[in-house]
Design a protein around this ligand. Structure first.
Ligand code: KDG
Ligand code: MG
Length: 402
């Protein structure tokens, strides 16, 4: 089998998505996601101008060699644009392999290690009461694990909290929105949220929280300690991880489990974190970390050090990535949990898919390949619109981590 064509679709059914379609001389095609929130067209240009021409004529079964060709062969390694483009190719090729062999992708990754993929959903509200209510609705819908984010008294907006009863979606049209941040107010408020949640829902539900890289290591250590009575499943992205040793400081002070990695691109971003066992969950995603080929290596490496997976799954990761993550999560031995932030109905229509949710678990379905498609006619009705993630400033105006 030979690759005969590659094309990139950019659409915006509620938010922007970049989808690569690779076609073969046998009529089989595969899809890969290359969406990089707020920087989408840079991946498009990388794929169209530099990557696709190198794929024509190649055997789509050679996922390892093609991955190495695109990674080592570029000389300029790593970075989110490069790795999202490589991921788009890699996932499309695994989709082709599955279809050609008439088997779901999870069978190519070792087969099922479990019956379903436990997912967590997002509860949020402008105050504690609304967040508890939102968690209750999710638990009633069958979720066994809930991430909770709440508005903070004295701050007009907070990460992960929807405005005016809308669904939370951070990227917005126009220039980047700005929000105000106060670590002090946040650190006072979050333990109250989890006290309320544990009190209301008891011990069985898994509770998670995302700090979104906003704390210093010692602030995160303090939050981890304050949250210990509420036994979180994880505290996510407590501090930026460019300086990996910051995580040692957190680890030395708290037993609250730590998750990080949604902005990582290769195993090298997490190598020390994993090897030193400073984290419990690695959250790298298939789309931003070079595809299934690379994430499998990361997971196998992490497995040796008791680190489990917890792949990023926000709405800016398209249904193609969601499907790929579910195949991966069904197969990986050290799977921990998968994020599930459901897409809008418009997005689900543009990307018809086999995956489904039942009683706290998701399943990728048993169709050959990934079990997800792209309705190009419908996609054309939702043209790309430039959008940015917000930025964040401290109360005195200093730019801080969003
Ligand atoms: O594009 C950025 C989002 O994917 C990110 O803010 C979502 O932190 C996130 C999460 O954990 O889902
Ligand atoms: Mg996050």
């Amino acid at each position: 089998m030979k690759i005969v064509n590659g094309s990139v679709n950019v659409c915006s059914p509620g938010r922007n998505f970049v989808t690569l379609k690779i076609e073969t001389d046998e009529g089989i095609y595969g899809l890969g996601d290359g969406t990089l929130n707020g920087r989408e067209l840079s991946v498009v240009s990388y794929l169209v101008e530099y990557v696709i021409p190198c794929l024509i004529g190649r055997d789509p079964f050679e996922t390892e060699d093609i991955w190495q060709y695109l990674y080592r062969g570029a000389y300029w390694r790593r970075g989110p644009v490069t790795m999202a483009a490589i991921a788009a190719v890699d996932v499309a090729l695994w989709d082709i392999k599955g279809k050609a062999l008439n088997t779901p992708v999870y069978n190519l990754l070792g087969g099922k290690s479990r019956n379903g993929v436990m997912v967590y959903a997002h509860a949020n509200g402008v105050d504690l009461g609304q967040t508890v209510e939102s968690a209750e609705q999710l638990i009633e819908r069958g979720y066994l694990a809930v991430r909770a984010q709440s508005g903070i008294p004295g701050l007009a907006s907070a990460y992960g909290v929807a405005q005016d009863g809308q669904t939370y979606e951070p990227a917005q049209k126009g220039l980047p929105a700005e929000s105000a941040w106060s670590t002090e107010k946040y650190l006072r408020h979050v333990p109250m949220l989890f006290a309320r949640l544990r009190d209301r829902f008891g011990d069985d539900v898994h509770l998670l929280h995302d700090c979104h890289h906003r704390l210093t290591p010692i602030e995160a250590a303090r939050l981890g300690r304050d949250l210990e009575p509420y036994r979180l499943f994880w505290m996510e992205d407590p501090t930026p991880a460019e300086q990996q040793e910051g995580y040692l400081q957190i680890r030395e002070h708290t037993t609250t489990p730590i998750a990080v990695g949604e902005v990582f691109n290769t195993v090298w971003d997490a190598e020390m974190l994993i090897r030193k066992q400073w984290i419990d969950y690695i959250r790298m995603s298939i789309v931003h970390a070079g595809g299934i080929t690379h994430l499998k290596k990361v997971a196998d490496f992490a497995d040796i050090y008791h680190v489990r997976t917890g792949c990023h799954g926000a709405t800016d990761l398209s249904p193609v990535t969601m499907a790929a993550s579910l195949h991966f999560g069904l197969a990986a031995h050290n799977f921990g949990i998968q994020e599930h932030m459901p897409h809008t109905a418009e997005t689900d229509e543009v990307f018809p898919h086999q995956y489904s949710f039942k009683e706290g678990y998701m399943h990728p379905g048993d169709e050959p390949g990934l079990g997800v498609d792209l309705n190009e006619e419908l996609a054309a009705k939702h043209p790309y619109q430039r959008a940015y993630l917000p930025i964040s400033r401290k109360l005195d105006g200093t730019l801080s981590d969003w």
